[in-house]
Design a protein around this ligand. Structure first.
Ligand SMILES: CC(C)(COP(=O)(O)OP(=O)(O)OC[C@H]1O[C@@H](n2cnc3c(N)ncnc32)[C@H](O)[C@@H]1OP(=O)(O)O)[C@@H](O)C(=O)NCCC(=O)NCCS
Length: 233
């Protein structure tokens, strides 16, 4: 589901105090927790801490936030709970989202927009999208559910970004650029106008994509070339 963004609802949901948890207390979770904490501070929301299925982390604090328990902790939470998913890998994230959605309608996945980012009013964001600080998303573009947009990225007019992508910091997508689903972009990737990264493809750090990338391919360099090895057998 895509939602129109407005400055009023940087974190969406009721204007009563929303409570948040971040799923995953690893590297991605910690970075997403920082964005949730910043956005929650501005919105007057309350961040409770992390959920993580690693029992060794339960009861510990990570970057100052408690690890409250496993994912199942969310099932019995009384009342609405906003959940941010701190997982980068698309397949794992899809599984975790399916698990959480099956726990009941009290769990919600509003987009998390770091307050030091700029998202235009005609930008549509899916559930669970995370926009990290310093990013600019201009106009008439979409970002599909559970995509992470890394810090200091820019996504230009009329771009279409699909679901469950992991977009590393410094991404540049020119006008009408397309990233389908389940893609990974390395640091400082540039996608030129009208170029499509098809589903499941990967770009290396610093790659400049001047032509479409085939589904599942890996490309590197300037201009980007495929380095995907042929499957054995
Ligand atoms: C693209 C990438 C995924 C390739 O990893 P890989 O499949 O293990 O590939 P290899 O390391 O075997 O490299 C394959 C070839 O690509 C080259 N290459 C790898 N990464 C490259 C890059 N970023 N730019 C240019 N060339 C690159 C290698 O030199 C090698 O070239 P060769 O075949 O001529 O010797 C990885 O190198 C990369 O850039 N990852 C992005 C890391 C990143 O930005 N992380 C963000 C963290 S927030």
């Amino acid at each position: 589901m895509l939602m129109n963004h407005s400055a009023r609802n940087r974190i969406q949901g009721d204007r009563m105090t929303n409570e948040w948890v971040v799923v995953g207390a690893g590297v991605q979770g910690r970075q997403i927790c920082a964005a949730v904490a910043a956005a929650a501070r501005v919105a007057g929301d309350r961040l409770l801490g992390f959920l993580d299925d690693d029992a060794g982390k339960h009861g510990q604090t990570v970057d100052g936030w408690p690890v409250l328990g496993p994912l199942a902790w969310a099932r019995s939470h009384p009342g609405p709970l906003n959940v941010a998913i701190g997982i980068g890998q698309a397949q794992t994230k899809r599984q975790v989202v399916a698990q959480l959605r099956a726990m009941g309608g009290h769990l919600r996945f509003p987009p998390v927009i770091h307050p030091f980012s700029c998202v235009g009013p005609s930008v549509a964001l899916g559930e669970g999208v995370v926009i990290q600080p310093g990013s600019a998303l201009t106009c008439n573009l979409t970002v599909g559910e559970f995509t992470i947009v890394g810090a200091c990225s820019s996504i230009s007019h009329d771009a279409q970004v699909g679901a469950y992508n992991f977009l590393s910091p410094g991404l540049r997508i020119a006008g009408f650029g397309i990233v389908e689903d389940d893609c990974v972009t390395g640091l400082n990737t540039c996608i030129l106008a009208h170029v499509t990264m098809h589903s499941g493809s990967i770009s290396g750090a610093g790659a400049v994509l001047i032509r479409d990338v085939a589904p599942g391919d890996t490309v590197v360099g300037v201009p980007a070339r495929s380095v995907k090895k042929a499957a054995a057998g």
